[in-house]
Design a binder for this molecule. Structure first.
Ligand SMILES: C[S@@+](CC[C@H](N)C(=O)[O-])C[C@H]1O[C@@H](n2cnc3c(N)ncnc32)[C@H](O)[C@@H]1O
Length: 374
């Protein structure tokens, strides 16, 4: 059984595998939804702290076949869950199944919880409580065609919750998606990035953190693995020290964000400050209709509104026409990548894309398109 699994958003699995390899995890295997990788607990701590694309890191612990509730229960009883937490700590079971003899997801979650708490009761005469909001141990049980896999969570809160974004506009993107877009765009991490519709600044803050080699998890309060029995404080200190020693304080270039929403720009500035990158990111009030390049050369990455969540489609057609016009006439020599969940609006840009990725922004399938402005 592979030692760890990194999950991510649909569309980012290949980029996540490359990231894990760059972080030094050599044995990897891509599957739908994420990447298995081999490492020890110290490596798991490092993946949690350093992966910009993972949503969470799980430790697979058990695989079995079961066709009815008792079989499920006895298979779970074969694994010692008392080695992960003390009986006075709390648990939560996340269950999902497709195409199984056991049909009820709630029954699956309940039987799994029973098997776990019964082990504690037998051994300690006390059982862990269930806490659905902030459990000490989260157990994932997934089943497909009567094949069950069980994993424990090592992350706690999802890893895209870096800790710097306290405020955002109406349609912010998750931080790991922003980092993933920069990887898909093959940004070299050595040149300016411009976001003409920056909202709360996620893409630029992630870009600045990448360039300054600030670990994405460095401002988080806690990770799930810190609450597990056997947590190795010395190994975690080593991982934190290694990450801190890689940080670069100053950069010879900057990041530029623009928006027509002043309150959202103020939020972006506060977010950048909390992330420790405000000295390298400039946010300014400017419409994409009148935008000119702030520097001679760089990469433009944009997530304009696309109707599903922000604004109304008719009004947005003008925004896309403006983006197309501005790119064509003022950003000659630049590469631009646009993320949009609305393919009709993309056509309004009147530009021909040269590359395309499909990614999911939450539940919305989006195109991430490259335009080379010759
Ligand atoms: C989908 S949101 C961007 C979200 C951002 N990626 C984030 O994570 O917070 C789109 C943004 O485009 C801005 N916008 C709309 N029309 C604009 C225009 N003509 N010029 C510049 N920005 C515009 C909106 O104010 C909004 O903040």
């Amino acid at each position: 059984m592979p030692s760890f699994f990194a999950s991510t958003a649909k569309g980012l699995v290949e980029a996540l595998e490359i990231e894990l390899k760059n972080l030094g995890f050599e044995k990897t295997e891509k599957v739908a939804g994420g990447v298995f990788f081999e490492t020890n607990w110290e490596g798991c701590y490092r993946a949690n702290l350093q992966s910009r694309l993972a949503t969470r890191i799980l430790k697979p612990i058990l695989d079995f076949n079961a066709y009815q509730g008792d079989e499920l229960y006895y298979n779970l009883m074969k694994h010692d869950f008392t080695k992960y937490i003390h009986p006075n700590q709390t648990i939560k079971v996340e269950a999902s199944l497709t195409d199984c003899s056991i049909r009820d997801q709630r029954f699956l979650a309940m039987r799994t919880k029973d098997a776990i708490v019964d082990q504690f009761r037998e051994k300690f005469d006390v059982r862990p409580d269930v806490n659905t909001f902030n459990p000490d141990l989260k157990i994932y049980i997934r089943a497909h065609r009567d094949q069950y896999s069980v994993a424990i969570d090592t992350s706690g809160e999802s890893l895209f919750m870096r800790g710097y974004r306290k405020e955002a506009g109406d349609a912010p993107m998750k931080e790991n998606l922003a980092a993933g877009l920069l990887m898909l765009a093959e940004w070299d991490q050595k040149s300016p990035v411009v976001d003409p519709t920056c909202g709360s600044g996620t893409i630029l803050i992630e870009a600045a953190m990448m360039a300054m080699k600030i670990a994405p998890g460095s401002s988080r309060r806690q990770f799930g693995f810190e609450r597990l029995i056997g947590f190795q404080q010395e190994a975690w200190d080593r991982v934190l020290d290694e990450a801190a020693s890689q940080e670069i304080a100053e950069l010879p270039f900057k990041f530029y964000g623009y928006d027509i929403d002043r309150p959202v720009l103020r939020m972006a500035k506060e977010n950048a400050k909390r992330a420790g990158v405000d000295h390298v990111v400039e946010f300014n009030f400017e419409s994409v209709a009148t935008l000119t390049p702030p520097v001679e050369k760089g990469l433009l990455v944009a997530n304009p509104p696309y109707g599903a969540r922000l604004g109304d489609e008719e009004n947005l057609r003008d925004v896309y026409r403006d983006i197309g016009f501005t790119l064509k006439h003022r950003f000659k020599g630049w590469d631009a990548w646009i993320l949009s969940g609305n393919k009709d609006l993309i056509l309004d840009m009147k530009l021909k894309s040269t590359r395309k990725h499909f990614v999911f922004n939450g539940p919305i399938e989006c195109r991430f398109l490259k335009y080379s402005m010759f």
